[in-house]
Structure formats: C-alpha cells, structure tokens
Design a protein around this ligand. Structure first.
Ligand code: ADP
Ligand code: TPW
Ligand code: MG
Length: 583
C-alpha cells in the first residue's frame, strides 16, 4: 500500500469534475524519508506523541521493535549502527522517555557508533514559555552537549531535510549519536502529497571515503620501516570500518605483531600467528613503534603512558578519521587522517618492493610469550570445580564459541567481562560486542536483541549478575520476538563477589551483595523462554549447547563461587583510596 493512499485525501468538488488533491502528513513523510534512506528497523517504546507513528511505521513495512525501557532500545540502536554502518534509530516519547534514551545516545557518541534518537516533544510555544505541558522539556537544548548534532523539525516540508541531516551527521567523519526532535504537532501537519514526496532527500554517499595525504602515508611507512619492534593495535574503529580484507592483508604483509582491543577481536582470528593478544604486556612495554588503527589512546590503553608502556621510547602512528584525535594524549609522529579502508590500502600499496618484515628476535619473543601464557592458562580452563570459578565456566563457553564462529558474543560485568575478554577467542570480525569506551553496565539485552535482529545469527550473552540486572526485563522482549539469544548469568551473588559483609553488623547486607541463590532462570520461564540451572562446567556446557541448538530464547543461571571475583575485575587500580578507612 502506498503511503499517500493511507494519508488523508480530500476530494474537492468532485461533482463539478475538478481534480482531487492528495495529501500526505508528517507521520508519513517521516516514514517515507526513513525508507528512502534504507532505514527499516526502529527500536522504540510507544506513548504520546509517537504511538501512532510506530503503528504507521509497522503498517508501512518497517520493523518496529518495542522495548520495556528506552535505554535498551537506545543501546540496541547504537550497536545496530556499529554492526551495519547505517544509523540505528531509537524512537521515544518526550521528557522521561527522551531522557531514558539519552544515556544510550551519549554512549553511541562516546563509542563512535552512528545512531539517531528520535523523540516526540511538546510544542515550542508551550515549552518556551514553560507553561507546564504534558511531559514538557526543552529536549533539543539538553541533547546538544551529549551528541554529535541535534536538529528539530517544525514544518512538514522540512522533514526530508531533517532526516537527511540526521543520517549524514551520524555516519560521516567520526560516527556518533544524533538527536532529532519531532514535535507532536508536526506529525499531524498535512501537505500536498506530490510536493511532500519531492521534499524528501536520499542521502548520496553518506560516509564519503577520506583519502590520506600521500606525504602522511610516506611518513608512516618511514616510521614503520625504521622500527626494530613495531606493533599494530586494532581498535573497534577498525572493526566498524568493514575493511576486513585490507586490514588482514596489511598485518600479514607487514609481518608486524598486532594487538586487538576488545571489540576488534576476531578482525583477524585470535589464533593468528601474529596475534600478540596473550603477550599484551610484553608487546606494549617493549615495542618501539606503535601503529594505532581505529583505536584511541584513552584510559583503555593507559593514555599511552606509565607502567603499562614500560621505559622503551616509542613512536606512535595513528590512523583515524578524526583529525582532532591526534596528539590527544601524546605526540603522534605520523598522523594518518582518513578512513581506515583508504589509509590501510595506501600503506599496503607503499609497502611493495623493498618491504622487510620486522626482526625475528622481536616476532619470536612475542610468539614465545604467547605460547607460554596460552599453555599456562590451558589447565585452568579445563577445571570442573563445583562451585564453578570463572575459568572453569569460561573454558566451556570458549569451546562453544569456537565451535560456533558465526554466533555473536555479548559481554558485560566486571570479572565476567575481563576474564571472558581474555579467555574467549574470536574468529570473525564484529562478533564480540561489549561495554565499550565507558565500561557501561546495561548494554547486554539491548545489544543481544539488535545483534540477533540485524544479523540473523545466534547470540550468546555472557553477563555478570549485576550487569544483567540493568537490562534483565528485556528478556520479555527477547521472548516476544522469539530471538535466538542464550543469556548466561554468571551468578556470584553480587558486584565483583558475593561475600562482602556489613561492617556495622546491621541487618542490611553490604552494598555489593545480592540475594543469595537468586534464580534468574525462572525469570526467563516467566515469559515462555527456557530456563537452565547449571552448577558445574559440564552442566553449563550441556545447557548452553542445547539452548544454542534450539535457536530459542534461553537463560542459563550459572552458579559461580561467590569468592571467585576481585574488586572491579582488572581495573581495581582505578578506585580512589581512602587514607582514613583503609589503614
Ligand atoms: P577501542 O575502544 O577499540 O580502542 P576507540 O573507540 O577508542 O576504539 O577508537 C575508535 C576510533 O576509530 C575513533 O577514534 C574513531 O574516530 C575511529 N574511526 C571510526 N570509524 C573510522 C573509519 N571508518 N575510519 C577511520 N577511523 C575511524
Ligand atoms: C551504568 C559500575 C562496574 S562493573 C559492575 C558495576 C555495577 C557490576 C559488576 O558485577 P557483575 O560482575 O556484573 O556481577 P562480576 O562478575 O564481577 O561479579 N553503573 C553503570 N556502569 C557501571 N560500570 C557501573 C555502574 C560497575
Ligand atoms: Mg557478579
């Protein structure tokens, strides 16, 4: 059915034989503009003033997925953007719904994921005079500092422009979050259907290639050539860029060891002979030239300084689409500004002829360290202890992911995240999704849902029990849409551990402790999914394999030793210390 046919149509003086004027309206112009730009999935929570917009979207063939909380619809949209290179769209009601979605919008911007938050809003006249409308809020002003761009559309004839600007802003240059404010009144505005159709814009080449300057390429190659111990660091920008073949070719042709950041794991298989993953500290400390590809020198890389990087002086090369990223933490001697596909191709082209692999003392030292660390870890992963520790449980899940290379792994928690990141090998690009740049808890179910929806592949979500709690209600969403998602809750009874005590001896448990023996599996059963209870690695293996084979919603409550975790996982050093309390 064409949109204009569903829109209001007025027949003027048909008796007199004059022509009928077909009308369209704001609702349908929004839908047509999105469809024109191949945006076909909407992550939303309905309510005034966007309920009908969601209904009309579904009627017009968009996939409209309703969540139980906007934050999770937002995290879904953000990761959909990462996976597809098209902006993921989250649709919310005004003020509180908008604010619930805003965390995800800020998260998208921080992680360089393209996303558009579309929120309904109250009329300008009432908001600007602060007259107290239903869910009144000056949303545009609030969104602005938290996203890449923010726009409001007041007239139906500007909808095409508004949506085109939102799309281009989200995906061009460094991707990020965009806010689009759509006042209630706009949706009901009518205009001539033909003029409406003409007002829409199909965004041509929304993320244009950005070629690096030839002299910048030469500079980078010179640094690499003169290095004795070069290292490549791949970040999630490299995974986002979908230049998988070029990146693999560059790594292999150069012979340089590489270190993948968490979400770049699998860009090359973690078992690749050049992977320095298990020799991370050696690689960071001893390298003399480091080429960052789509990775920022932020806290996740200790800002490029300090103990983690050792005393060996280093030269940094950085490939990034955002020129302002250069020198953010220290001097970049060879900045390579451009899109990763183009930059990597240019480097590859420049390596022809006299390219020499790095000295074998360096590559062999890394390989030896990788082998030692891998074989040291192996027996720990095979333990069948009850209660389970992180290694026993993750040893099993590592095998399961190894056997199912197309499955997408979602991962959050503290110990649950840190151990899983280092233990579970990934073999394909963009298969590992996690807490990203902020280390935010709550991305779990939103990411799992979007991963299943956008890719059609099965999802395994490995969740700390605290982490799971942030988005746990979305398992109803998973059941409603019958998604192939298996959630494993690492139930150690709390945040980091389940063993803290209240020092006053009072009735309240310690702030990090949850209800003992919580049965998260029964939550899944409440919505018609399958719940499993696993107390040993063997039980865990059986449950997860059965769940993944079924392709149906499942939750495995994996009982983990409540003593097994450490404070803040691997980043306990970031906690401030009290000199008074901790004598
Ligand atoms: P990680 O957390 O994995 O280290 P970051 O999020 O810190 O990765 O860094 C990603 C970087 O990738 C950002 O600086 C971003 O500007 C950059 N980036 C994203 N997409 C592209 C692209 N297509 N080409 C070049 N750089 C990109
Ligand atoms: C939005 C702080 C970091 S990790 C974590 C919290 C609350 C939970 C750790 O417990 P979990 O994992 O998931 O049970 P485990 O295996 O160690 O027991 N609020 C937000 N984000 C963050 N990062 C926090 C709080 C935090
Ligand atoms: Mg826990």
């Amino acid at each position: 059915m064409s949109t204009t046919a569903t829109a209001q149509s007025i027949d003027e003086n048909l008796d007199e034989g004059t022509e009928s004027q077909e009308l369209t309206d704001g609702f349908h112009l929004i839908i047509d503009a999105l469809k024109l730009n191949d945006i076909n999935t909407i992550y939303n929570v309905p309510g005034i003033p966007i309920t009908d917009l969601g209904r009309y979207m579904q009627a017009e063939g968009l996939r409209v997925l309703s969540f139980r909380h906007e934050q999770h619809a937002g995290y879904a949209a953000a990761i959909a953007g990462y996976l597809t290179k098209k902006p993921g769209v989250c649709l919310t009601v005004s003020a509180p719904g908008f604010l619930n979605g805003l965390t995800a919008l800020a998260h998208a911007t921080t992680n360089c994921f393209p996303m558009i938050l579309i929120s309904g809003s109250s009329e300008r006249e009432v908001v600007d005079l602060m007259q107290g409308d239903y869910e009144e809020m000056d949303q545009l002003a609030i969104a602005k500092p938290l996203c890449k761009a923010a726009y409001r559309v007041l007239h139906a004839e500007d909808i095409g422009t508004g949506i085109a600007r939102a799309i281009r802003s989200a995906v061009s240059g460094r991707p990020g979050g965009v806010y689009l404010d759509l006042p209630a009144q706009l949706m009901g505005q009518t205009m001539d259907a033909a003029a409406g159709a003409k007002s829409l814009i199909k965004v041509i080449d929304p993320a244009p290639r950005q070629l690096p300057a030839p002299e910048a390429v030469d500079r980078a190659l010179d640094v690499l050539k003169s290095a004795k111990r070069p290292l490549i660091i791949l970040g999630k920008g490299a995974a986002y860029a979908q230049a998988d073949d070029e990146i693999r070719a560059l790594v292999e042709k150069s012979g340089i060891p590489y270190l993948p950041m968490s979400m770049a794991k699998g860009l090359l298989p973690d078992t690749h002979p050049q992977s320095a993953g298990p020799a991370r500290s050696l690689a960071l400390k001893e390298s003399d030239a480091v080429m960052l590809i789509g990775a920022r020198l932020n806290w996740l890389l200790s800002h490029g300084k300090g103990k983690a990087w050792g005393t060996q002086p280093k030269k940094f090369i950085q490939i990034d689409i955002e020129p302002k990223e250069m020198d953010s933490n220290l001097e970049i001697v060879a900045p390579l500004v451009g899109d990763i596909g183009s930059c990597v191709s240019a480097l590859l082209a420049g390596m022809d002829g006299d390219w020499k692999a790095p000295p074998s003392e360096w590559t062999e030292a890394i390989k030896a360290k990788v082998e030692t660390n891998v074989s040291r870890m192996a027996p720990r992963l095979q333990n069948n202890n009850v209660p389970m520790d992180f290694h026993g449980a993750l040893g099993v899940l590592r095998t399961i992911i190894g056997e199912r290379p197309d499955a997408i792994l979602v991962n959050e928690g503290a110990n649950t995240l840190d151990f899983a990141r280092s233990i579970i090998d990934m073999s394909k690009p963009r298969k590992r999704l996690d807490v990203g740049t902020w280390g935010v808890m709550g991305i779990g179910m939103g990411q799992a849902i979007a991963a299943a929806v956008e890719t059609g592949h099965p999802v395994l979500a490995i969740e700390g029990d605290s982490a799971f709690g942030f988005s746990g209600m979305e398992i109803e969403t998973i059941c409603r849409y019958k998604l192939p998602i298996c959630v494993v809750v690492f139930n150690n009874g709390g945040i980091y551990r389940g063993t803290d005590v209240n020092p006053t001896g009072g009735d309240d448990v310690a702030p990090t402790v949850f209800v003992k023996d919580a049965r998260y599996d029964k939550m899944m059963e409440a919505f018609g999914g399958k719940g499993y209870y696993a107390t040993s690695p063997d039980e865990l293996k059986q449950a997860v394999n059965e769940a993944m084979d079924s392709g149906k919603p499942a939750l495995v409550n994996a009982v983990i030793d409540e003593n097994a975790g450490t404070e803040s996982g691997r980043i306990g050093n970031l906690n401030p210390q009290s000199v008074v309390a901790k004598k």
